[in-house]
Every structure is written in structure tokens, then in C-alpha cells.
Design a protein around this ligand. Structure first.
Ligand code: SF4
Ligand code: FES
Length: 356
């Protein structure tokens, strides 16, 4: 069994934004039930001992916690590379200085759209875009490397060229263009977010051209959506193979969206060590490797490449977390994706697109 590479530490579900594809679960943890600073320090120590090399400090909005700099310091003390995944709207010069002093290594800043109006409509917070721009400036001024995270969907894909220009303008070295993954809130809002095939193809061309044009200046990562795919992604690099997540209330998960799968008992850091959870818990072992796979994954030549796709998506679409991910054309449920596209009106090119 491999050691995990990275821990996703979901420090809180609190956040001033209201994005329609938020990765928070539908049921949120109250602030009073969140892990304490000391508990997070223990989690970070245990993660490093387990073999993790990096921690992604996320949420909700991680800087909504007053002790965020202490948590960064604890991660640094444990020897972990620390990446802050933030909406940026609560960052000011003093906090950036404290985070840098505490040993923060990298900042990933989310942007909802390329224009203030679009960003505020999607994120639901007035002046959020201007605050993010200021946060980007402060992060760069502090000498911290900056990645912009742009989640893209039908409401903002027509602004992709402007998002790429914005990443260059704000001084990012890397831009992650990630199509929405349909779990939790995104699944609930799927009809408003799914892009058409034509919009997706145009976006893919734009990314390819921008990569070429900005070689050496901006790295662009591109995460494709599953609903137009014929092969699934190796979600999480395989269940419990490379990553683990800890929720604000201390639940230890093989994937940040896994709580949506009913009937699985996830260990809690208040009762279990990370080591015990990773190596011995039934939840982590449920879909590890290939033994659990039903047909058509069982015996498939791609089984150790995509690990049967995404367990959370298999459950969300078929009601069975052990089913082949419907993103695979060999899945008996593959037709569900075309049905969802048709229902969302995203099966044909009828939306505003580039230059359209
Ligand atoms: Fe992957 Fe299973 Fe499809 Fe084979 S059948 S390509 S293992 S999802
Ligand atoms: Fe949970 Fe893919 S999102 S396994």
C-alpha cells in the first residue's frame, strides 16, 4: 500500500462567498464543532508521519479561521509543504505577512469570472473581485508563488480568454482551468452549469493555443468535465491511493466528496489516528485497488489506469458507489450523461460562446 502524498485539510465550512458549485457538503459543520488548533496540529504531525509531503489548507474559506497562521506554522513544523487554497477576500497585508512568517509556501486564489460583475454574480459577494485582485497583489509582493483557480461552466466559459489574460495581469505563474465536477452543490445546480459540447471544444482549443502562446510565462492546467467523456478520470488517483482529507469536524475521508455516500463509516480524528484510518479502516479499503470492481471494470485493460473512475460520481448517478463510473462508455449507465446534458439544454450549441 502506498503512503498518501497529500492531505486536504478542510479547516472550516464558513465562507463569505456562495458559489453554486461549492465543494462544501450540503450539510455544513457549525463553527463550534470545528477541530481546535491543537487538534489540527496533531493531524498535521500524523499526516507527515504517514508519509504526506504536502497539505492543502482549504475550506470553506480557510482564512475565516483566526488561527490560520498558527495552523500554517504547525504544518511547517511538521515538515509539510503548505498550500493555501483561498477565495482571497479576507486577506489583507497584515495577514499575508503573518502567513509568510509562519512558513506558507504557496497560494491558490480562486476567481469566479473575468469581470467584476460576472464574478460577483457567481460568487454572490459585492466587491469580491476587487478584493481578490488586491489579494493577488499582496501575495506577489510578499514573494509567494501564486496560482489562480478558475472553475469554469456554462455561465463563464465565454470569458475564458479574458480569464487567461487576467491570470497574466495578476502575476500568476500557473492557472488551473477546471470544469465543474458534479458533486454536492454543483450536482444540485447542474442544469445551470453544464456546458454544451461545442462550448467545451472551443474552450479546449483556447487553452491549447494559450499554452503555446504563453510558454515560459504561464502554466495552464486543464481539468476536463466528465459529462462529455468516454473514459473516466482516475479520480483522486484511485480511492485511498494518494490522498486523504480531514473535514472541519475531524472526519477522515479518502476523498473530499465521499461523505455523500451513505452507509460508509468514516473514522474521526477524535477517535482514530490517521495511520489507523489509512491502513485499516473499512471505508478506506472499500474501493482500494481492483479487487472490489464489478464488470465491466473487472479484467479491463484500463483498470489500473483509471481505477474505475469516480466512486462519488458512480453513487450520485447510479445509487451504487461500487458501479463503474458512468463517464465510461462501457458502463451500462453511460446514457445517463447524455440524458443529463439534454435535460440541461446543453446537448446542442445554443448558448453564447466565444465571439457569438
Ligand atoms: Fe475504466 Fe472500468 Fe471503463 Fe475499463 S470499464 S475503462 S476500468 S471505468
Ligand atoms: Fe470522490 Fe471522485 S469525487 S472519488
Amino acid at each position: 500500500m502506498n503512503a498518501p502524498l497529500a492531505l486536504l485539510a478542510e479547516l472550516t465550512h464558513r465562507c463569505p462567498l456562495r458559489c453554486p458549485y461549492c465543494s462544501n457538503p450540503l450539510e455544513l459543520t457549525r463553527a463550534g464543532a470545528e477541530l481546535s488548533t491543537a487538534e489540527w496540529a496533531r493531524v498535521l504531525d500524523e499526516a507527515a508521519l504517514l508519509g504526506c509531503l504536502q497539505v492543502h489548507l482549504s475550506g470553506g474559506e480557510p482564512t475565516a479561521r483566526r488561527d490560520i497562521a498558527e495552523i500554517v506554522a504547525a504544518a511547517r513544523e511538521a515538515g509539510l509543504y503548505t498550500n493555501l487554497i483561498t477565495a482571497g477576500v479576507l486577506l489583507d497585508a497584515a495577514l499575508v505577512a503573518r502567513l509568510k512568517e509562519a512558513g506558507l509556501d504557496h497560494v491558490q486564489l480562486s476567481v469566479q469570472d473575468a469581470t467584476p460583475e460576472g464574478a460577483e454574480r457567481i460568487g454572490g459577494m459585492p466587491r469580491a473581485h476587487a478584493r481578490k485582485q488586491e489579494a493577488a497583489r499582496l501575495v506577489r509582493e510578499a514573494g509567494l508563488p501564486l496560482t489562480l483557480n478558475a472553475v469554469v461552466h456554462r455561465q463563464n466559459l465565454h470569458n475564458l480568454p479574458a480569464l487567461i489574460a487576467l491570470a497574466l495581469d495578476w502575476g500568476a505563474a500557473r492557472l488551473e482551468v477546471a470544469h465543474v465536477q458534479y458533486h454536492g452543490w454543483a450536482l444540485a445546480n447542474r442544469d445551470a452549469l453544464l456546458p454544451s459540447r461545442a462550448l467545451l471544444d472551443a474552450a479546449t482549443r483556447i487553452v491549447e493555443e494559450a499554452r503555446e502562446a504563453n510558454r515560459g510565462r504561464l502554466v495552464i492546467d486543464y481539468v476536463l468535465p466528465d459529462y462529455h467523456a468516454t473514459r473516466p478520470k482516475a479520480c483522486m488517483g484511485g480511492w485511498a491511493a494518494r490522498f486523504l482529507a480531514v473535514t472541519p469536524s475531524g472526519r477522515i475521508l479518502p476523498c473530499h466528496a465521499a461523505e455523500a455516500i451513505p452507509g460508509m463509516e468514516f473514522p474521526n480524528i477524535r477517535e482514530s489516528s490517521l495511520h489507523e484510518a489509512w491502513h485499516h479502516s473499512p471505508a478506506f479499503n472499500a474501493f482500494r485497488g481492483t479487487e472490489w470492481m464489478p464488470a465491466p471494470c473487472r479484467g479491463c485493460a484500463h483498470a489500473e489506469e483509471d481505477w474505475g473512475g469516480c466512486r462519488c460520481q458512480a453513487f450520485a448517478l447510479t445509487g451504487d458507489a461500487a458501479a463503474t463510473d458512468p463517464a465510461c462508455a462501457l458502463s451500462p449507465h453511460h446514457g445517463l450523461l447524455a440524458e443529463a446534458l439534454a435535460e440541461a439544454g446543453a446537448d446542442e450549441f445554443r448558448y453564447r460562446a466565444f465571439g457569438g
